[in-house]
Design a protein around this ligand. Structure first.
Ligand code: SAH
Length: 351
């Protein structure tokens, strides 16, 4: 399989162009097409000589070859669009475009499926088939730019997959999104969020990246007993390792982690859960993002009432934790993690 042109960092892109016997300025033109003008195909790059385009096509996948759109599902009212795409080897990935008043967020996938197996998450139900190459992740943001006609404002690595189990490619993609045009898409580092289910070594590496990317940690429960039931990853990295790693990250970078907490009725939404969460997180600055469970068929947990969700949020706020309650968008388009892809591939694994 030819690699994606979007997997190349600027020096590698320059070298690729030089290896075709082309002068230096052609690398800049190519970069401009990829990252500033959001071209989808070699043919669109009209100021490159036809012979150069043909030579590129022999060795590399263009953005649309990297990621071919299969289906775009829109949601009534919210403007959320979920895009199902096919990779060059036939695997399927999901990307979600979430518009707000004055900005659009793109939610990208980092793996084909997921190996983490969180109980309530549709992404993990068929396991992880493979990790995405960095170009396959960048291609999702570039595709969003083509659909929008401009660069997306925010990127969240909250689609399918665990970015810290595909660390190199995920971070290479984040850098390509963050680099100024034409080397990259020019999206501010603080507008790029990586979300992890708690892969502790990844948190340590991320602290040393030296870019101001945002970090989200999917916590979902305040004790090992509860978290272990929801998230198998907690057996590998229990709270006694996860929380100190988060604290060390905050101390080293001066950046505040957002803890994602999916509320499940009667399971982690009680007053004692709020108290336990306060004890866990109060020792260092952080914020909590509460997400009422988005029901999936395979998980028998229920979504708490709005009143219970709001009471939980208030209990955290009263205790001194900054907490927001997020209504999930995209329910109508099966847009919660992994649901559209799963609807397409069925239960038997990728077709
Ligand atoms: N693997 C990474 C990236 C996925 S982010 C991570 O776990 O952080 C997607 C977020 O949505 C995670 O916080 C995940 O736990 C949450 N999520 C998945 N399925 C959900 C559901 N059915 N209801 C509510 N939140 C869900």
């Amino acid at each position: 399989m030819r690699p994606s042109i979007l997997s190349l960092d600027p020096p590698a892109l320059a070298e690729a162009v030089a290896s075709l016997g082309q002068p230096r300025f052609r690398a800049r033109q190519l970069s401009e097409w990829l990252y500033a003008r959001h071209a989808g195909t070699w043919d669109a790059m009209t100021n490159l000589p036809a012979a150069m385009r043909a030579a590129l096509a022999e060795r590399w996948l263009d953005p649309e070859g990297t990621l071919a759109t299969v289906e775009v599902a829109g949601e009534e009212g919210t403007g959320t669009r979920k895009v199902l795409s096919r990779l060059a080897d036939g695997e399927l990935v999901e990307t979600v475009l979430i518009p707000a008043k004055d900005r659009t967020t793109v939610c990208v996938s980092s793996q084909v499926g997921c190996g983490c197996g969180c109980a309530f998450c549709a992404s993990g139900l068929n396991g992880c088939t493979r990790s995405l190459a960095s170009g396959e992740i960048v291609a999702q943001a570039a595709m969003a730019a083509r659909l929008l006609g401009r660069r997306p404002d925010n990127v969240v690595f909250m689609g399918i997959g665990e970015p810290f189990l595909n660390y190199e490619a995920a971070l290479a993609a984040a850098r390509r999104m963050n680099d100024a045009e034409p080397e990259g898409l020019g999206i501010g580092a603080r507008r790029i969020t990586i979300s992890t289910c708690g892969v502790v070594p990844g948190i340590g590496r991320f602290a040393a990246e030296g870019r101001q990317f945002e970090l989200s940690v999917s916590l979902h429960a305040p004790t090992d007993a509860q978290r272990g039931r929801l998230m198998p990853v907690n057996r590998r990295w229990p709270l006694g390792e996860l929380i100190p790693a988060c604290r060390a990250y905050t101390e080293r970078t001066g950046r505040i982690i957002t803890f994602e907490y999916t509320l499940v009725a009667g399971f982690n939404d009680r007053p004692e859960d709020a108290r336990a969460l306060l004890r866990l997180l109060r020792p260092f600055p952080s914020r909590v993002n509460l997400i009422p469970l988005n029901p999936v068929r395979e998980f028998d947990g229920r979504t708490p009432s709005d009143a219970v969700c709001e009471a939980f949020r208030e209990a955290l706020e009263r205790g001194g934790l900054n907490a927001t309650l997020r209504r999930s968008k995209g329910r109508g388009v099966n847009a919660s993690c992994g649901q559209l892809r799963r609807a397409r591939i069925g239960r038997g694994g990728p077709a």
